[in-house]
Design a protein around this ligand. Sequence first.
Ligand code: DAH
Length: 344
Amino acid sequence: MQERLKELQMEAIEKVNAAQDLKELNDIRVAYLGKKGPITEVLRGMGKLSAEERPIMGALANEVREAITTKLTEKQEKLEAEEVQKKLATESIDVTLPGRPVKVGSHHPLTAVIEEIEDLFLGMGYTIAEGPEVEKDYYNFEALNLPKGHPARDMQDSFYITEEILLRTHTSPVQARTMEKHKGKGPVKIICPGKVYRRDSDDATHSHQFMQIEGLVIDENIRMSDLKGTLATFAKKMFGEDREIRLRPSFFPFTEPSVEMDISCFMCGGSGCNVCKKTGWIEILGAGMVHPNVLEMAGFDSKKYTGFAFGMGPERIAMLKYGIDDIRHFYTNDRRFVSQFNRV
Ligand code: DAH
């Protein structure tokens, strides 16, 4: 029995030494030390031994078991370490290799400009309002002091769907709708970005569909100087701190007085160049003090409340900012154009 145990020990250790991987090692463990293994079997036969022999054999069996276990553990650690090394070797990454650039999409230049403008006005406490693109004649014209037959309707050639419904020609109807919702109570402080439609032939500066951003502020004691300060802040943010603005008298049916705002040319600083057509000034937007008729039609007391409004074309602003010479580039989805505005 003693010899059998010694033999088993040697045999097991030999196998452990020869084992190539952890699975093989585990098989050996089960085969020799498991419940059905030969050592257990030897121990089971101990009942037949004499009282003197039994403790000697017991001690030996334990020794053998321990010797095999120690060897198994040693080998297991070795194999595990080897496996880690192998993994490190095969999975190593050369961090000095140049990376493959991930293609990142970007905002359309028009979206980028609109968001920049939105951010500026949100920062000044405005909220964003929206309205339908298929609009009632009432909101698009009438509520803006443009009754049927008014000659100024001809300034905006329209796509009519029925006599009373059209594609909105500007974002000003959102003014009328928002004021109406306020039920005669100020303050109102909104900008409305959105698509508008006009029956124009497309060329480098005209598009039958384009974007506008409308602004409207109504409260007690709103003055022209508030409008001027707001527009100056806007001009500086969009075109540089050195920009100056100038307001020229103009006409819009929904504002009185009405103005057009120019900014000092960001290209030549005012001395005259091609961008400003040698005038030193660039026309940017229309604005004015909300006409009392417009306030009253929307339910505001024009003796208590005053307000200012402005409307601009983000395409024009983007064209000036990025030196884009044709409005159609925004809408033809030529990737050679849009990809120039990719983030690096
Ligand atoms: N709605 C005008 C247009 O499309 C732009 C405009 C001018 C809007 C003056 C305004 C404003 O709110 O005060 O031509």
